[in-house]
Every structure is written in C-alpha cells, then in structure tokens.
Design a protein around this ligand. Structure first.
Ligand code: 4NP
Length: 157
C-alpha cells in the first residue's frame, strides 16, 4: 500500500502544485518515490484543467523541478479515503476542505507548516507575488512532512 499525500490550497495553481512538485522531487532524490501516491487539489473551481501559475512554474524551473503533466483539479469527497495525509496551505483551506471531504474534523487534515516549531500559514503568492517565499516554506514543510511520515512508521529508507 502506498502512502497517500494530497496537498490542498485554494486555486491549485500556486502553492499546492509547488508543494506537490517539491515533495515528489524530494522522494525521487531519495529513490523512495514508489512508496508514495502524491497529488494536489484546490477547494475552488476557477482553475480546473489549468496548469500551474507561471510564478510557480518559473520558481520550480530554477531548481530543475518540472511541472509537466500537472493540471488543477478540485478537491472531492473520495479524496478522504484515498489519501493518508491531507496537507493544507492555510487555515481557510482546512475550513473549506473539511465539509468537502464530509468530515467535521480529522487528524488527517492539517497545515503543512503546522509541522514546524513556529506553525503558520503558507502565504498565497497569487496575492503577495512572492513565489520565492512560497518555495522556501514549501521546501521546509515538505522536509518536515517526510520526517513526520517516517516517525509515523510510513516510509522505509
Ligand atoms: P493558490 O493561489 O491557492 O495558492 O493556488 C490562488 C490561485 C488562484 C486564486 C486564488 C488563490 N483565484 O482566486 O483564482
């Protein structure tokens, strides 16, 4: 059984595709990608079928991370059973996601940066324009997420 990880934001074009691509690249470097089912989704429906935002594409390209084949999709009820970790970018994503997942609350659903010593939201670069900040925070969060999965007994490497 693969470990399912779903990254969630509002539009699924800036932050959650950034985190998805960074996490995938992290586990590819460690040659443990076969252990994971990694995806991302948005709570909003405005960008369904669109590729990631140009700011996300460019920032990832600077780090030789490809976004090829990535398209925005909306979060759906079935995601709750498919994924073990439903990793949101900010508190409003959690508020929006829980009812869409049919859950009043769930320990599967948390913020990426809840895993840091100083828990916080990933600010939305769609509004701030700061994709470098998003990249740095997603790298930090993804490393902490992989560590948590190992501590939970999930990943073997
Ligand atoms: P994201 O950013 O949630 O990080 O993908 C946004 C992208 C699009 C919109 C809002 C946030 N929008 O309103 O279209």
């Amino acid at each position: 059984m693969k470990i399912g990880i779903l990254f969630v934001c509002l539009g699924n074009i800036c932050r959650s595709p950034m985190a998805e691509a960074i996490f995938r690249s992290l586990v590819q470097e460690l040659e443990i990608e076969d252990q994971f089912d990694i995806d991302s989704a948005g709570t909003g429906d405005w960008h369904i079928g669109d590729g990631p935002h140009q700011g996300t594409v460019q920032k990832l390209a600077e780090h030789n991370i490809s976004t090829e084949g990535m398209y925005s999709r909306q979060l759906r009820l079935e995601d709750y059973d498919r994924f073990d970790y439903i990793v949101c970018m900010d508190n409003s994503n959690i508020e929006n996601a829980l009812p869409m997942l049919g859950q009043p609350e769930s320990s599967k659903v948390f913020r990426l940066l809840d895993l840091l010593k100083d828990p916080k939201d990933v600010p939305d670069p769609y509004f701030t324009g700061d994709f470098e900040e998003t990249y740095q925070l997603c790298v930090e969060g993804c490393k902490a997420l992989l560590q948590k999965i190992k501590e939970d007994g999930g990943s073997h490497s």
